[in-house]
Design a protein. Structure first.
Length: 168
């Protein structure tokens, strides 16, 4: 039986897989293969980690650390937005810009209290000791949803480039 936490791990794994594909297709990122490898390994761990032997998971994590620690992650070479464009966007959103950021801890805190004793047919929906992970993922999704009407995989790069973070 798949728990809510299993479904959230699967969802996050799919998001990491999509990030790997986005990085792989970014021809302007000189480190696209290593970046895609990092996000792809992360996807494998989240999607298949429970089926892999512990040693395999450890090795995958070590490879991820090496990729990230030795400068394997890179930014896209796509041009970023200008300072004027960022200021126009910031003035348009005003203080509403902080709503997504504030939703994450709020939903996490409320969900942690609510999920501690949530059961279905007498079984806990969230395994004991993991009652914070599912609300954290839900808070992240609520923050993403409040941040705009576009789909996350479509608007990720444009939103990040508006903050001067590039992508990948």
């Amino acid at each position: 039986m798949m728990t809510i936490l299993d479904a959230l791990y699967l969802l996050v794994g799919i998001m990491f897989a999509a990030t790997a594909i986005i990085n792989l297709r970014d021809s302007l990122n000189s480190k696209r293969w290593k970046s895609a490898g990092f996000w792809g390994i992360n996807a494998i761990i989240f999607i298949f980690g429970r089926y892999l032997p512990p040693l395999a998971n450890r090795i995958l994590v070590i490879v991820m650390v090496l990729l990230a620690g030795l400068g394997g992650l890179g930014r896209s070479g796509k041009p970023e937005t200008s300072l004027e464009q960022r200021e126009v966007r910031a003035s348009r959103f005003g203080n509403r810009l902080f709503i997504p950021m504030l939703l994450i801890p709020l939903v996490t805190m409320l969900g942690t209290f609510a999920f501690k004793s949530l059961t279905w047919n007498g079984a806990l929906l969230i395994p004991a000791g993991s009652s914070t992970l599912a609300p954290l993922a839900a808070g992240h999704d609520a923050g993403n949803g409040a941040g705009g009407r576009r789909k996350p995989l479509v608007w990720r790069r444009s939103r990040l480039s508006g903050l001067g973070a590039g992508g990948g």
